[in-house]
Design a protein around this ligand. Sequence first.
Ligand SMILES: [Zn+2]
Length: 510
Amino acid sequence: MTRVSRWTWSGIAVVVVVSVGVLAQAQQQPLVDAAGEVRESAYDHLRRALAGEDRVYQDIDGPQLKGWLNDVVAISRQSRDDGNRYWGRISGTQYEVMTADWTEQHFRRLGLEDIHRVDFDLRPQWFPVDWELTASGGGQQLSFASANPATGSRSFPEGIEAEAVWVGLGTAADFAGRDVAGKAVIIQTILAPGQMGNSASWEGATIRAEEGGAALIVGVWGYGGNLAVWQSTNAFQMVRNDDGTSRYVNQRVGTPGFFMGFEDGRTLRDLVATGKPVTISGRIETETREGLVSPSVYGTLPGTTDETIYVMAHMDGYYDAALDNASGMAVMIGLAEHFAKVPLEQRRRSITFIGTAGHHVGSPNAPYLRDQGMLEKTALLLNCEHIAPTQFIAFNNELRLTNTVSPRRWWVHGSQQLLDITLDAYRTFGVTVIGEMDGRATGEMMSIDKDAPSVQLIRSPEHKHTDGDIPGLVPAAGLEAVARAFAKIIDGVNGLDLAALQAAPMRSSR
Ligand SMILES: [Zn+2]
């Protein structure tokens, strides 16, 4: 039932009351189950009856895709049950290797060829091992279940104790006239779609705290729920260039920090609001692990030419990482299964499926493909990432779930025909997207997105990298729609020669 508290106004302390309320309501809640999650059947309106040649995609089945997603999530939960506080399919851990094993088993089951791994050495990795954050004042003592160390925060097992100072959004106006030296600076950070988008980062609030000599930064995450997040205090700001264009600048902030969920932050804010002195005590113990390896898994369905299509999905993730990226992995396996049934003589191009390594620690697989010269005769790069998140609506101070899938960022690099094929497939299966094509929506494809014709669809929702990235927020109907659309794109691409797929500048550069 803690899952309920993650999404509603009610905090942990009243969870029993809330649970009873939710259960009592369940009879009158046709779209929501007893756990407070929207039922799979509530998304049925997203499913399309297949007509004509699209009936070939009937075998790509949402509930089956969802089953694979759940298999991948189970690996994360094992890491939690093994006692890791920093849990999930964390890169460099045995749980990432188990995810690679799972992927390889499916590749073998489907009869893919040239199944092999490419391992990447990771630079020394930051691992938080144990931590604690409390506040006390006016005879009250608070602890914060959702508090996590800021990603990359330095280790201070001896602890820091500092006077709390609330700076609101932490803009220059909030800091004006405030002395934060040696203090624990609490910043309310507002989310934008995408985990990089939070106001403490883009407003430079954490930089101000550091420049003011703060001893500790405490970020309060978001506008509802009580999500525990892995997020750094670094500032990621848009800077205007002289010519009117803009660029993003990432500035490192070294002051140790925590993030906590909105509900926990509200109790802390209320304590500060009493006007009595509030002391914050924090302790973070981290390890730097060296010599770690992150695996990628390859498997190929041969075709009848020497041209290739790559379908990739990253394997690592935080917490359940149901959307990010069990959803992409499930869709990749669904595509492998679908095309494995197509007779070899009908497969124009080979399709190489890749479970990729270490996305959250640098995505080494993308430059590897380029460096190995593997993109030369590539008809399509298709990245499966953050496929189908439930849209939620901020309603006053609640995060309310809906029965629709959030529109996604998207990107096509290639010819007008490739663009037409892609948008036709999205239209056919009801895959919603943000209006503007977004050249930064490259995800795991990273810098190779223009080395070959490429298609990308991704949504990084507000609960990315939090304990709210759960299977209940990735509907089967949404997975099915995207997997079928991707299959249709691959078939469309195989109806065209390489030159007809490539973007004009690529052709002229040859
Ligand atoms: Zn991802």
